[in-house]
Write a protein that binds this ligand. Structure first.
Ligand code: R5P
Length: 292
């Protein structure tokens, strides 16, 4: 197996190669004078299983084009099998036609990866499982919940409550809590506009407890800030904000800390200074077991 890192996921790709004890070929990536992307994999992939590791986070469109070109390059070099390892799958939130005439972006991305050369695809905690189930190429979404649980265990919290930031995060909260043997629940949120959310006032009893808020994505930070504000008002002791994918549309980390959160912790599906938990072991295990 050979790992090929895209420019969005260099550290994670190295960790995966290290975990697998396999080779890694850094691609040559450049820009043509008119802005188009140049990609070349300088090595021999004949008969190999090539794994292109590239999150399609910001700048999404550039990272996607780079991924498509690297998939094509790997196929062109005669790789026996090409896996798109996409730790953060951008465009996943537009997973249906909310209004007539809209693109189903998530499904379009799966199709494009397949036609660019991917035989299969691995991702992490995709926004909707339905996307991988409907993918035209074999695809699997791995879950980082046990890794988050193990990280939280090391924080030495007392009587911790794992709280989904909204109802969509309840399953994540349950899976993280199961790893710890902790209680779990979730808040309820209403989205007023794409960037404005309100957390409903009902909330479990958190007075004097350490609370870990979990969510799949932190983007504008609105959901976490609202959640932390409600928890502080209700007397929570320590508040921690955990997410799988630190999309961080703005410089949100400081704003979340200012809302009373002790620590913002994320995984390296998107490489950021908050990425304290690596998802490399998930890819290592999945690839060792044969992939999707
Ligand atoms: C929404 O369905 C997701 O699970 C997250 O709650 C959301 O993407 C977080 O966005 P923001 O940080 O902008 O509130």
């Amino acid at each position: 197996m050979i790992i090929v890192p895209g420019s969005a996921s260099p550290k994670l790709a190295s960790r995966i190669a290290e975990g697998l004890g396999c080779g890694l070929i850094r691609p040559e990536l450049a820009r043509f004078p008119d802005g188009e992307t140049y990609a070349r994999i300088p090595g021999d992939l004949r008969g190999e299983h090539a794994v292109i590791v590239q999150s399609t986070c910001h700048p999404q469109n550039e990272n996607l084009i780079e991924l498509f070109l690297l998939l094509d390059a790997a196929k062109g070099l005669g790789a026996r099998r090409v896996t798109a390892a996409v730790p953060y799958f951008g465009y996943a939130r537009q997973d249906r036609r909310f209004k007539p005439g809209e693109a189903m972006s998530a499904h379009a991305m799966c199709r494009l990866m397949g036609s660019a050369g991917a035989d299969d695809m691995l991702t992490v905690d995709i926004h909707e499982e339905e996307i991988v189930r409907g993918s035209p190429i074999p695809a699997k979404s791995l879950t980082a919940a046990p890794l988050l649980g193990r990280h939280i265990a090391r924080l030495g919290l007392k009587d911790a409550l794992i709280l989904g930031a909204d109802e969509g995060a309840l399953k994540l909260a349950r899976d993280v809590a199961a790893e710890l043997g902790a209680d779990h629940s979730c808040l309820r949120k209403r989205r007023l506009t794409p960037t404005m959310v309100v957390t409903e006032p009902e909330c479990p009893d958190v007075a004097g407890r350490d609370v870990v808020i979990v969510d799949d994505i932190i983007s504008t930070g609105g959901t976490m800030i609202e959640a932390a504000t409600v928890l502080k008002e209700r007397g929570a002791e320590g508040i921690y904000a955990f997410c799988i994918h630190p999309v961080f549309a703005d410089e949100v980390e400081g704003k979340i800390l200012a809302a009373g959160v002790r620590e913002v912790i994320a995984t390296d599906t998107i490489e950021h200074r908050a990425s304290a938990v690596s998802v490399a072991p998930l890819f290592v295990e999945a690839l060792r077991e044969g992939g999707p």
